[in-house]
Design a protein around this ligand. Structure first.
Ligand code: 2HA
Ligand code: ZN
Length: 269
């Protein structure tokens, strides 16, 4: 067997967690990441028949039975993932009936997957059904996005419009807009269901007064989406109350035409 610590998927999640920590988005145990893996990616490193232990998923994940996931651990700090992946991360398969995670590697201290697993797996189910190449769900606490959400109406078209008006690349990177959930208790199946419902339309979902969810085909894409929202929100907050120039709707339409993208209907006049 090859050394799993050298597997590209592990190196990449370690680098991503460190990078997110350095952005200041993942204080303490804030944030969580899940990556869908293929059996063929794992077999050079692991005996996938060797289940270390099973952990109840506490919701019905039957739609993704048999799938493999690499997921950050509950209570674990992004700051520490790179130095000790085997304690801070786990790899498991969803059992045939969808009620258990069959642990194959990681959570070495007896730990378990993130408390936000329902929101992650329910979002994976939705995003895969829209785009079979979708593999990553990322949750984090980006400072300026949370600040902007606090000073804007919860209306997602209004929020999306303000982002698009602030930064030229915003409409190009997320033409479908940004979903916004009202404040809810985190870690519950309810917030998981609400997040997944938004994921039918959006790859980015804000949790009011909490953080953001991003979906992508790989870690770079999910990170890049969140990074673009955060950069835009930073500009919004730095200029809040003193704005002289925003991109007019005619300009946003011209961008959409030039980049051949279809912005969400009903936002531009
Ligand atoms: O895992 O971010 O939403 C810590 C969190 C919970
Ligand atoms: Zn959170």
């Amino acid at each position: 067997m090859k050394n799993i610590l050298e597997a590209p998927f592990l190196r990449e999640i370690c680098k991503t967690a460190s990078n997110m920590y350095r952005q200041g988005w993942d204080e303490r145990n804030g944030g969580n990441i899940s990556v869908r893996l293929d059996e063929e990616q794992l077999t050079p490193y692991l005996d996938v028949k060797n289940v270390l232990r099973t952990i109840p998923t506490k919701f019905d994940a039957e739609k993704i039975a048999g799938q493999y996931y690499l997921v950050t651990g509950t209570g674990k700090y992004f700051k520490n993932v790179e130095d000790d992946p085997e304690t801070n991360l786990g790899i498991f398969r969803i059992s045939a009936d969808g009620t258990e995670a069959e642990l194959l590697w990681g959570y070495k201290d007896g730990g378990r997957f993130t408390s936000e697993l329902p929101a992650h797996l329910m979002s994976h189910i939705v995003r895969q059904s829209i785009d079979p190449t979708s593999r990553v769900i990322m949750h984090t606490h980006p400072t300026y996005t949370i600040a902007m959400n606090a000073v804007c109406p919860l209306d997602e078209d209004e929020f999306t419009h303000r982002l698009w008006q602030t930064n030229t690349e915003a409409i190009v990177v997320f033409p479908e807009g940004v979903g916004v959930l009202p404040w809810m208790v985190c870690g519950t199946n309810e917030i998981g269901i609400a997040t997944a419902e938004k994921m039918k339309e959006y790859r980015i979902v804000l949790w009011t007064n909490h953080g953001i969810y991003g979906a992508g085909k790989d870690l770079d894409e999910a990170f890049g989406l969140i990074e673009t929202v955060e950069k835009t929100a930073q500009i919004y907050m730095l200029t809040f109350g003193k704005v002289q120039n925003v991109i007019p709707d005619s300009g946003l339409k011209a961008l959409a035409e030039w980049f051949r993208i279809t912005p969400k209907k009903g936002i531009l006049q």
